[in-house]
Design a protein around this ligand. Structure first.
Ligand SMILES: [Zn+2]
Length: 547
């Protein structure tokens, strides 16, 4: 029989309601044999006591229900974000606050390049914080006139490039007539490229050689480091193209003995017809492993609120901006929901605006009548502007929500002042209303849009502080224990994994977040500052300090 190890801890927060706290947990074959006292666990026979966590607090490994592993690949490029941010190696990059600072950081990277043909690529630019200014190709020409230079925005939907990049892509000419290619007074493109259709042809020249959704092999390893540093043991990749090579690579990397996370990629809905997509995903499900869970679909219904491309119901945008974009035709959405329900494939839908959320609710109801499924757990992702009636309807239809709690901190002030105005900004990501409506709820980072960090996300949902330090929407705050549930069991539920992970109890995977302090005993304002020692995943131990 294999060895049984009993770990002692200062405290174990189990998320198992019948036994919420313990001092010891027994692990055998990568699974939890039980949690309790040492003497209780010794009744299992020969056990080895391991006291390395004696001064730590153990929680179930955190589950991030909405992230994109491509962040791991982005870190090989130049960080141009507004906020300070830690990279996979734990190095903190300071935020850049002006166009000149962005240019200076890119110039420094350019100076370090040896290959004269290499491009300079940056990521995470967010001009909304810089008085909504535009980074022009003239700005980027200050970085180089002989190399291609490109910077991807935080939203992932816009890119700015220099003159050389446009030239290489054959786009430095007059006569463009495309809403995604703004033109200067000279009739030439300004260097701003909006939307995948116009970004993709330039991407390979500015260092974004793969499509903008998938991580490469190095990126997949890099992203796993961010997970260990934040206590995350199961993560989604919520819009992956998943061509054959990518799936093969994901299988190989996640199968390595020291790969520290369980990855659940959702196949992006574009690129295949609805029947082909469902068929492909059903086939992929069959090659799933413990650490790579295949077989789900992600649909994107609208854009982003801060980019004014989300679909809002009346009265629309507070600043009068025209309504946003539909990313999928209603008939296509309907067809996908019907086929997925018929095939037993789970679908998560991105809806930022309340009109987009309404469309999904209205299309799912008849699809469910045609293909009843009492446990489909189709999930509204972001669902930022939903009102109480929509949460009630989501609950009635058996849906889950995964709310974008981090958004409140990063863009809450912009939503209040600019995008949706004070009233609706106050009810954005309404965790309290969601829970009171009985809809199963998770909360998320959408990394790389905001940094991965489930304890930060819990802090955001508990405190609802904006970047300027205001509490926005006091009534929608939730308690610490509710937030901790959302980042463990809550997220596991939206993934149909609540029987395997999310709590520390008999039979579940031995997945732990190893913390230096007790999140239930600290000032709720300090939740985000609790140091993470590392993780245990499937019984394997991963100290962040040794990554
Ligand atoms: Zn996303």
């Amino acid at each position: 029989m294999s060895e049984t190890i009993v770990y002692s801890a200062k405290k174990i927060i189990t998320m198992n309601p019948s036994r919420p706290e313990a001092t010891h947990v027994a692990v055998r074959d990568g699974r939890i044999l039980g949690a309790g006292s040492l003497s209780e666990l010794q009744t299992w026979g020969d056990v080895r006591l391991d006291e390395r966590f004696a001064d730590k607090v153990l929680m179930p490994g955190f589950v991030e229900g909405h992230a994109h592993v491509m962040e791991g690949s982005l870190w090989s490029k130049v960080y141009c974000g507004w906020f300070d941010r830690a990279d996979p190696d734990g190095k903190l990059w300071s935020g850049v606050k002006t166009v000149d600072a962005v240019v200076a950081r890119l110039q420094a990277a350019e100076a370090a390049l040896e290959d004269p043909a290499a491009a300079v690529s940056g990521w995470q630019l967010d001009p909304i914080y810089m008085d909504n200014t535009t980074l022009t190709r003239a700005d980027l020409d200050r970085v180089s006139t002989t190399r291609a230079v490109g910077v991807l925005h935080a939203s992932g939907h816009i890119m700015n490039v220099n003159t050389k990049a446009l030239e290489l892509a054959g786009m430095l000419k007059t006569g463009h007539n495309h809403p995604g290619i703004p033109l200067g007074a000279d009739g030439l493109p300004t260097g701003e490229l909006k939307g995948p259709e116009v970004m993709t042809p330039v991407g390979p020249f500015v260092g974004f050689e793969r499509n903008l959704l998938d991580a490469d092999e190095a990126g997949l390893r890099n992203f796993a480091k961010l997970c260990v540093r934040t206590g995350t043991t199961t993560i989604t990749d919520l819009a992956s193209r998943m061509d054959e090579d990518t799936v093969e690579m994901m299988l190989r990397v996640t199968n390595e003995p020291q790969y520290p996370i369980r990855l659940m990629p959702f196949r992006f809905f574009l690129g295949l017809s609805a029947p082909e997509l469902v068929e492909t995903v059903v086939a992929m499900k069959k090659i799933s492993t413990d650490r790579l869970r295949l077989g789900q679909i992600k649909i994107v219904v609208d854009g982003s609120i801060q980019g004014f491309s989300a679909r809002l119901r009346w009265p629309g945008y507070h600043n009068g901006a025209p309504n946003g974009l539909w990313y999928i035709a209603p008939e296509h959405l309907s067809e996908l929901l019907h086929l997925a329900l018929a095939a037993g494939v789970q679908v998560h839908t991105h809806t930022n605006g309340d009109q987009a959320t309404q469309l999904v609710l209205e299309k799912l109801a008849p699809a469910l009548q045609a293909h009843p499924n009492p446990d489909h757990r189709f999930t509204l992702q972001h669902c930022q502007l939903a009102d109480a009636a929509q949460f009630r309807l989501a609950a009635k239809l058996g849906m889950c929500v995964n709310l974008f709690a981090n958004h409140h901190y990063y863009w809450g002030d912009e939503h209040y002042n600019l995008t949706v105005g004070p009233d609706r900004a106050t009810r954005m990501n309404a965790c309290r209303t969601a829970l009171d409506s009985g809809v199963p709820m998770a909360i998320h980072s959408d990394a790389p849009v905001t940094p991965l960090g489930p304890l930060f996300t819990a802090w955001a949902a508990v405190n609802r502080i904006t970047a300027s330090g205001r509490v926005q929407g006091d009534e929608e705050r939730i308690g610490v224990s509710e937030a901790l549930y959302a980042i463990t069991m809550g997220a596991a539920y939206t993934l149909h994994l609540d029987g395997e992970i999310g709590s520390i109890e008999t039979g579940k995977k031995a997945d732990f977040a190893v913390l230096e302090a007790d999140p239930t005993a600290c000032d709720p304002m300090k939740l985000k500052d609790i140091p993470v020692w590392g993780t245990v995943q499937g019984g394997r131990i991963f100290p962040a300090a040794e990554l």
